[in-house]
Structure formats: C-alpha cells, structure tokens
Write a protein that binds this ligand. Structure first.
Ligand code: HEM
Length: 186
C-alpha cells in the first residue's frame, strides 16, 4: 500500500463548495427545496418541543453534559431551534453552507467528539417527519427532509475533517503527505 494513494478530484472541493457538490450528489431539486420552505412555520411551532427533547436526552449522558455544563440553557435552546427552522429555510446556497460549516467549527473548537452530534440526529428525525406530514405532499416532503438532514450531517462532519487535515498539513508541510498519513500509508 505504501505510496499508492492517488490524488482525487473530491479533495479539491473545499469550504462552502461542498454543499453544491452534495446537492448534486443527492439530487435535491428546487421543488423539494420549495416544499421544505413551505414548512418553516410548522418548524417554528415544533422547535421548542424538539429542543426540550434534545437537551433532555443529552442531559442523561454524563460525558455529553460535561460540554454544556455552565453554558446558559436558554442560548442553547435558541440556537438549536434556529438551526432546526433553517433546515426548512427552502434555500440551500453558499450562505447556508457557510453557516452550517461554522456551526460544525464551533463544536470542533469545544473539543466535542463528532459522534455526539451525529447520534443526536435521532432526536431530530421524528420531529422533521411529523412536520413533513403536514405538507401538501407529505411523502415528497419527508424525502426532502431526509436529504437536507443528510446534507447537514455531511457538512457538520466536513468541518471536523477540514480541521484535522489543516492541522496535519501544517505539521507535515503538504496535503498529499497528510492525506497519505490519514489513509494509513506511511
Ligand atoms: C444535531 C446536533 C447539534 C446541533 C444541530 C447543534 C447546533 C448548535 C448551534 C447552531 C450552535 C450555535 C453555534 C454558533 O455559535 O454559531 C451550537 C452551540 C453549542 N453546542 Fe451544539 N449542536 C448539536 C449538538 C451538540 C451536542 C451533542 C453538544 C454537547 C454535548 C453541543 C454543545 C454545544 C455548545 C456547548 C455550544 C455553545 C458553544 C459556544 O458558544 O462556545 N451541541 N450548537
């Protein structure tokens, strides 16, 4: 395996450009985006209940609680509700991608293992599904919701990967070498 890793086009897709790439990969259409956009009001109504359940679940896990201890709960609720409503914003462009990447970076900076936010999507999903059911096209809206949630998880994860890669590139002096190390070549 030593030295076998080949350069890949996907490595050149950086920052907010990952969203366009993923939208194309997942085939999120303008109609699907619009269906979700119509549900923003429902998301706002359901947001507080979702936030209660989200922090209720987190609160049962001591390892996760360490990260929110001392952080004002009202602010945490507000930001996750805002994040949830924006899932139904109906517009998924460069601004959306940059904002979502930044949210990922905030979690990188507090040293939060990425498995916690990803696992917590389990709390989000039933709320999104319930909102999709109120759509004039419930099945299409649910499929669209799954897509934007998957996009979000991918972008969140990308923030972690970008951070690790950037530090390794600094350390070893080149992206190819860093990628070889991350791939286990060495
Ligand atoms: C689906 C998963 C999650 C989402 C969507 C989410 C969303 C957010 C958002 C939107 C913010 C505000 C970011 C900003 O300032 O721009 C935030 C901040 C924060 N989140 Fe999360 N979060 C998630 C999971 C978690 C988990 C699992 C924890 C802890 C165990 C956590 C702890 C925090 C903390 C402590 C802050 C405040 C950080 C600071 O301002 O220094 N989050 N989160």
């Amino acid at each position: 395996m030593n030295g076998q890793l080949r350069s890949r086009s996907s490595w050149g897709v950086k920052g907010a450009a990952v969203l366009d790439e993923l939208i194309a990969l997942m085939g999120l259409s303008a109609e699907e985006a619009a269906l979700l956009g119509d549900l923003a009001g429902e998301a706002a109504v359901r947001g507080p209940q979702m936030a209660e359940e989200f922090y209720g679940r987190l609160g049962t896990h001591a390892n996760a609680v360490e990260f929110i201890d001392g952080v004002p709960m009202a602010g945490l609720h507000r930001t996750i509700i805002e994040w949830f409503i924006q899932l139904f914003g109906g517009s998924y462009g460069a601004d959306y991608a940059a904002r979502r990447l930044r949210i990922g970076e905030v979690h990188v900076k507090i040293g939060l293992p990425v498995r916690y936010p990803l696992a917590m999507l389990d709390v989000i999903i039933p709320h999104g599904v319930a909102i999709a059911k109120t759509s004039r096209e419930p099945e299409a809206a649910q499929r669209a919701f799954y897509k934007v949630l998957a996009l979000d998880a991918a972008i969140f994860n990308q923030a972690y990967e970008d951070n690790q890669l950037a530090h390794l590139v600094d350390l070893v002096g080149g992206e190819m070498l860093a990628r070889r190390l991350l791939a286990g070549e060495g």
